[in-house]
Write a protein that binds this ligand. Sequence first.
Ligand code: NI
Length: 171
Amino acid sequence: MIRQIRKIGDLVLRKKAVKVEKISKETQKLVDDMIDTMHHAHGLGLAAPQIGVSQRVAVVEMSEHDEHGQEKSTLYTLINPEIVRKSEEIWEHAEGCLSIPGWRGDVERPLTITVKALDRLGARVRFEATGMLARAIQHELDHLDGVLYIDKLVAPDRVWQVNENEDKETA
Ligand code: NI
């Protein structure tokens, strides 16, 4: 079910989300709704607070081209995610957010991270992510702590507007 995406100014986006104590049917439904909502918005990630649920759940979908040029996308469901390692190497890149439609801004983030989480079935996962995947995961984890990318801009004047057609692939 597609849910309404909360926009900046909504207090739920500024709350620290609580841990999921038990992965229940409701959690599964939440994850399904988050995926539907992310797809509908052409996003590449979504955190539960963005649909008004203050729980530590995020989804990220990244499409990559394999060595044959075929596009394949991988969907990550992250419950109670934690970053256990960050590279010293950082990189600056533009970010957008489904809760701040129509804007982009440059943010510096570690290039590579190691993430620990539970998947949608409650199994423990731990993996290394780099580049855009690492960036999207860090953006979503910030949402779980009530942090928005505009809090982390490289410079306050480094934001710009994009039109509706370009406003895709945000998180
Ligand atoms: Ni966002």
